[in-house]
Design a protein. Structure first.
Length: 144
């Protein structure tokens, strides 16, 4: 049984099944824009997982669970953590390169959240707030 009560691709509600979410991830990857949102409610005030495509690079996965106050993002520990300009969901943003992951690798993490509402402990995670702290310190940013 799924933990998730709200699932949407670009704001359009999906069936609360793993099959519907998996197909939405495929559409998101092909389109390169938009976002997939999972949680208990549309507002995401309590818990959420958001997947956004990063143009020509992969996806960015953000999550906050009920037991945590901070937002975290999935990390590919094999990549550098340099800050870089990226096109995220169709919008230019600054991300750490290690926070852009392959969708196929992220599927297990997304499914775990879908079923339990928790982060997969075996995965690597970073604090999203850290990116903003690095930007505030004036850390250099790779240009596209």
């Amino acid at each position: 049984m799924a933990f998730v009560r709200y699932a949407a691709l670009d704001g359009k509600r999906l069936a609360r099944t793993w099959d519907a979410v998996s197909k939405a991830l495929d559409r998101l990857e092909r389109s390169g824009v938009g976002s997939l949102s999972l949680g208990l409610s549309e507002t995401g005030d309590d818990t959420f997982l958001i997947v956004v495509p990063v143009k020509s690079m992969g996806v960015h996965v953000s999550v906050r669970t009920m037991s945590e106050e901070e937002e975290h993002h999935l990390v590919d520990a094999t990549k550098p953590s340099d800050l870089a300009e990226c096109i995220v969901g169709g919008v230019e943003q600054v991300l750490s390169l290690d926070s852009v992951v392959d969708l196929q690798q992220a599927r297990e993490v997304i499914r775990h959240y879908f079923e339990t509402g928790e982060r997969l402990e075996q995965a690597s995670w970073g604090r999203t707030l850290e990116r903003y702290e690095r930007l505030a310190r004036g850390e250099s940013i790779r240009k596209r």
